[in-house]
Design a protein around this ligand. Structure first.
Ligand code: BGC
Length: 742
């Protein structure tokens, strides 16, 4: 008897350990076998909850019943542990108890908000960027959410497009590094950790090249531009382990991304071997009908599944038509199975089958939403994102002992505006945790400083009725800080602007205050590069403060008073006028390049303005100065199997400590396809005490010299290269050249 019990126990242990040791793929296969076609298609369907909708929401009184019947795989816009638990409980009443996935647009923070992604890109600080994503993930996961629709990695050379605020700017190299850091930060050590969320890299692909910068517009680009400029950040995000991708609203060369087999099956799931799943953008499957690509939603469902879109966000094309398409033998069941397996695999990886309520812990939610460490990091990241555009006569940093400061402008006392677009409107929290610019200044100055305030004008309205009060206040002060810019909802999704000048009468307000003769510092808050030529040419000091998030006020005060020495560099070229757009630093030379600003005779130039950008890519000042010297190349000729070590020295020649972004650019002098006149290939952000010198080393390898040739092969070509080391793309401090030889 005893013997039989032991044998039985051993058998049970063996079976249990077999089931535990089953791989995720085996578990997925086993589950798939039990699923009906309706349940399978349910896994590919996603509905929105009631908040934050960016498109038409499915009005469906039967949502609960559908979840209980196993007919829904995922929801977006359901926030907080209470609500996610409630919906998950419905899913646990379904036959197979497949947990729901909850997704949300956590673009630059959950409760703690960080600078908008474009601002954060200006930090060129990959550790800071990763740490802000880490905190966003921690807060998001603590709120019952498994998945964020970030990072947005669309390269964009057109500041009219409102969604520039969501990306990392115009440069592919910088954008790729940032994409990698963001995915690492969001997903942490591994999926399934309690503080990790799945990243969703978007929008695949080339959405940032929308014609004319007009939202949702078509994209018409060459394969070469696609591969060289727009795809690399996606690949970098994938290399970082991104769990999911989102396709894009736009058509690309006539085929909507959602129905684009080349992008999704051939490149992403084929060449790049992506094992995660692709979610459509909001309603983008159904919109293929509006595009004129599919005659109805059934045909749209056919195109989408054939092209490799796995999950349908809110268009109900799969829900309503996919089963029928399978029955009619138009869609092979293995396409559906593949999509379902991709979704299920992620649910297993997240650990949701072991504990569907794993992310629904109210104590953890409270703890993470009130973690003071998060605000501290948000403040540091915000400081690092502020770009010092101008500082004539060393107006900045200010003394904390100034007797009277007038803080003027429509942004001064706003709170939520500092979040910028894509902030999560948490119902349970108010705006008290956001530090306004006014509060930040108050926290900073000594008791001997008197702060005066006047609004001056609104952001967009044309009234100048408040000017006189602002002038009076300025006249009573020793100096003026003016905070102006865009309203928080003027950049973001569906916020394209044809005119990107400072809105309303704000630049007139700057003129009126400048006329008082008081020293002025202007803060420009915006989600994109704006045009503000008069201000740029006339006021002595300008800080581009973007939208900095919940710690905006403190971070701005830190920079104004020199507690943080600004170190940010522009991730996009700032135009002088909309007519110059698209404007980007890494353009081709043309056969007739303009040699200087003034000679426009029969050269590639506009005759009615200076042709360079107002502020170039990579530009940003510091309260100190940096000297570059001693550039050395380990050799002047290299084979494609070799490397060149580049060394140089940078000295902080000023009086205060500071950080510099040392930028390495290359130019391939002659090749089978023209290369840009200058191209970022590496950078390092270094810290230097006053008078300190550091040696810096870069490595040139074949990868850095390669490009997509006419056959779309990524290869280098023999010949000469210019090497340039700069403090910006337009401020090259050291130069040399080398040759790639056989
Ligand atoms: C946007 C996506 C976003 C989705 C869900 C769409 O309108 O294009 O970026 O993730 O809405 O909110």
């Amino acid at each position: 008897m005893k013997q039989r019990i032991i044998t039985l126990l051993l058998l049970v242990t063996a079976i249990t350990s077999f089931s535990q040791s089953k791989t995720i793929d085996q578990k997925v296969e086993a589950l798939l076998k039990q699923m009906t076609i309706e349940e399978k298609i349910g896994q590919l369907n996603q509905y929105s909850g009631d908040s934050n909708a960016t498109g038409p929401i499915t009005i469906n009184p039967n949502k609960q019943t559908e979840i209980k019947s196993g007919l829904l795989g995922s929801m977006l816009n359901v926030l907080g542990v209470t609500y996610t638990r409630q919906y998950q409980e419905f899913a646990m009443q379904s036959r197979l108890k497949i947990p729901l996935l909850f997704g949300l647009d956590v673009i630059h923070g959950y409760k703690t908000t960080f600078p908008i992604p474009l601002a954060e890109a200006a930090s060129w600080d990959l550790n800071a960027i990763e740490s802000s994503a880490r905190i966003s993930a921690t807060e998001t996961a603590a709120n019952g959410i498994h998945w964020t629709f970030a990072p947005m990695v669309d390269i964009c050379r057109d500041p009219r497009w409102g969604r520039v605020m969501e990306g990392a700017g115009e440069d592919t190299y910088l954008g790729s590094k940032i994409a990698y850091a963001r995915v690492k930060g969001l997903q942490g050590e591994r999926l399934g950790d309690i503080n990790s969320v799945m990243a969703c890299v978007k929008h695949f692909a080339a959405y940032g090249a929308a014609i004319g910068g007009r939202e949702y517009n078509s994209v018409d680009i060459s394969d070469r531009a696609l591969w060289e400029t727009y795809l690399p950040p996606f690949k970098a995000a994938l290399d970082a382990g991104a769990a999911t991708f989102m396709n894009s609203f736009n058509d690309i060369n006539g085929i909507p991304s959602t129905g684009n087999k080349y992008l999704q099956r051939d490149i992403l799931k084929g060449k790049w071997n992506f094992k995660g799943f692709v979610v459509s953008d909001w309603g983008s499957m159904g919109e293929m009908v509006t595009h004129g690509y599919a005659k109805d939603k059934k045909e749209a469902a056919f195109s989408a599944i054939t092209a490799g879109s796995d999950m349908d966000m809110e268009s109900n094309s799969y829900r309503d038509h996919l089963a029928q398409l399978v029955k009619e033998n138009k869609v092979p069941i293995n396409l559906v199975d593949d999509a379902v397996k991709r979704v299920l695999r992620k649910k297993f990886e997240l650990g949701l089958f072991d504990d569907p309520f794993k992310f629904c812990n109210p104590e953890k939610e409270q703890k993470e939403l009130n973690n003071p460490e998060h605000a501290k990091i948000a403040r540091e990241v915000a400081e690092k994102s502020i770009v010092l555009l101008k500082n004539n006569n060393a107006v900045l940093p200010l003394s904390k002992e100034i007797k009277t400061i007038a803080f003027i402008g429509p942004m001064v006392k706003l709170k939520r505006a500092n979040h910028g677009f894509w902030a999560i409107d948490l119902k349970e929290v108010d705006s008290t945790y956001i530090v306004s610019q006014w509060e930040g200044l108050h926290n900073k100055v000594s008791q001997n400083t008197k702060l005066l305030y006047a609004k001056g004008c609104g952001i967009i309205d044309e009234s100048k009725a408040g000017f006189q009060e602002a002038i009076d206040v300025a006249n009573q002060a020793d100096m003026v800080i003016l905070s102006i810019g865009e309203r928080f909802d003027m950049s973001g999704e569906a916020k394209s602007r044809s005119n990107i000048h400072l809105p309303g009468v704000q630049e007139d307000l700057v003129k009126a205050i400048q006329a008082t003769g008081k020293p002025i510092v202007v803060l420009i808050n915006a989600g994109r590069p704006l045009v503000f030529n008069w201000t740029a040419d006339n006021v002595p000091a300008i800080l581009y403060t973007w939208w900095l998030g919940s710690e905006a006020g403190n971070a701005i005060a830190d920079v104004l008073f020199g507690d943080y020495n600004p170190s940010a560099k522009l991730p996009m070229s700032f135009p002088r006028d909309e007519g110059q757009i698209p404007i980007y630093y890494n353009h081709f030379n043309t056969g007739r390049p303009a040699q200087n600003q003034s000679n426009t005779n029969y050269v590639s130039a506009y005759i009615d303005l200076d042709n360079g950008p107002k502020f170039p890519f990579g530009y940003g000042l510091s309260y100190t100065t940096f000297q570059y010297s001693d550039l050395r190349l380990s050799k002047k000729k290299m084979k494609n199997t070799e490397t060149i070590e580049v060394t140089l020295k940078v000295t902080n020649s000023g009086e205060v400590k500071g950080e510099e972004v040392v930028q390495l650019y290359l130019r391939d002098k002659a090749s089978s396809l023209i290369r840009p006149i200058i191209e970022l290939k590496d950078f390092q952000k270094i810290k230097l005490n006053s008078k300190e010198t550091k040696s810096i080393q870069f490595t040139i390898d074949n990868q850095k010299l390669s490009f997509y040739n006419q056959k779309l092969e990524y290869k280098s070509e023999l010949g000469e290269f210019d090497l340039m080391i700069g403090s910006s793309s337009a401020d090259i401090r050291l130069k040399d050249n080398f040759e790639l030889v056989k």
